[in-house]
Design a protein around this ligand. Structure first.
Ligand code: FEO
Length: 401
């Protein structure tokens, strides 16, 4: 078994249709995922990446149906994270002496996780490994998205094995990018970038430009999750360049949580105000507690500005709001504007606290936000509409240094 990719390259990975949460509970995978592993059978045979640990036995058994494991000359570990290296312990039980090619940082991450002294061969940027008539060229790609990450490029076939980069969590039996639903594909790609690669955008940009300067022909990109880019592979590279350059669309995202609907009413009235001011701006509203946080993060990624709302509770904010604020602080979005809003009954600290958190997260704060005592009446709603209008004007006027 296995799926032919090109000439002597075979996909030998695992499609995980069931997965709904990845990185523990951190990342939602509405469409499942795949762990892509590739067998390259030239004069020498190389196995690139493995699969996640729960599928280790299945993976090795499947591999044994395809090849005598003892004929694998090289194992290439492009990245030490467990979703790609998880089957290594099971595989190495069968072929303990087979060399594992990886970066110096991957030796640390693999040893740190599996506590095994495998036959590691450390490779550096530009090193080559001959498979006979073709070669693998190693391209270190630190922080795409771990310090240990690297790509490798197969000469002759012109295929880039890019580990997580250019991947997406999409389970499919149609392995190639031209065969799947395009809107689903690109939604999963942008979600992956927004939630995982945003903090490393400068590394993404630099690595793509460095790779381009090598002038290597590119026929395919084989990622470690989701589809193989065989049709116009540069299209996803172009998207990555766009996304890594402080990406934004003409969108404002409003997110909030609410106890008794006052903050929800504020959110909706503010949205009306923005739409009244300029109906070409796309406004999206999310109740944080009832929405998927990774989907919200994807919308933040696409936004030029955000508004975050919470009522005041125990001199603070609702826990769902605190959670998403921590998430977006860590991602370090750039070139985005923000303000806070929220209802209160007596002390009313929430707006100030949200504003502080947004500031820490690198957002340019547009104004002091909007507090509303108790539930908005007609006049209160009018105030929120005016706030929305003024927010948009300020977003358009404020120059980010
Ligand atoms: Fe898909 Fe960073 O592992």
């Amino acid at each position: 078994m296995g799926i032919p990719i090109k000439n002597n390259i075979l996909w030998v990975g695992k499609v995980d249709w069931e997965l709904r949460k990845f990185h523990g509970e951190e990342y939602s995978t509405h469409k499942g995922t795949s762990y892509n592993s590739y067998l390259v059978r030239e004069e020498k045979t190389a196995l690139i990446e493995t699969v996640w640990a729960p599928f280790a036995r299945e993976y090795v058994k499947n591999l044994q149906k395809i090849i005598d494991l003892n004929t694998i000359d090289y194992i290439i570990a492009n990245h030490g994270e467990i979703d790609h290296s998880g089957a290594l312990p099971e595989l190495m039980r069968h072929i303990p002496e087979t060399p594992v090619y990886c970066t110096a940082n991957a030796v640390k991450s693999l040893k740190g996780q599996y506590h095994q002294d495998w036959n590691f061969v450390v490779v550096k940027n530009g090193d080559r490994l001959s498979l006979g008539n073709k070669e693998l060229i190693f391209i270190e790609a630190p922080m795409l998205h771990w310090p240990d990450s690297m790509f490798c490029y197969l000469t002759g076939d012109n295929v880039l094995f890019s580990t997580d980069a250019f991947g997406q969590h999409l389970a499919t039996e149609r392995l190639f990018n031209d065969l799947v639903d395009q809107s689903e594909l690109f939604q999963e790609c942008i979600k992956y970038y927004a939630n995982i690669l945003t903090p490393f955008s400068s590394f993404v940009d630099r690595k793509i430009r460095e790779f381009a300067s090598l002038n290597l022909p590119l026929d395919m990109i084989c990622t470690s999750h989701g589809v193989v880019w065989r049709d116009k592979p540069m299209q996803i590279v172009a998207k990555y360049l766009e996304w890594s350059a402080n990406y934004q669309e003409n969108q404002i995202t409003i997110m909030y949580d609410s106890m008794w609907d006052a903050t929800r009413k504020m959110a909706e009235a503010i949205a009306h105000g923005i739409a009244e001011e300029d109906h070409t701006v796309l406004v999206k509203i999310f109740n944080i507690a009832r929405s998927d946080k990774n989907d919200i993060v994807t919308e933040v990624f696409k936004s030029k500005a955000i508004l975050v709302g919470s009522p005041t509770i125990n001199k603070g904010v609702l826990s769902a709001v605190a959670g998403i604020l921590e998430e977006i602080r860590g991602l370090g979005f750039k070139n985005k504007k923000a303000a806070a809003f929220g209802a209160y009954g007596w002390s009313g600290e929430s707006v100030k606290m949200i504003t502080e958190r947004l500031k820490e997260g690198g957002f340019s704060i547009v104004n002091d936000g909007m507090k509303m005592l108790w539930n908005p009446d007609k006049e209160g709603e009018g105030g929120c509409i005016a706030f929305g209008r003024n927010f948009l004007k300020a977003v358009n006027d404020l120059q980010v240094s």
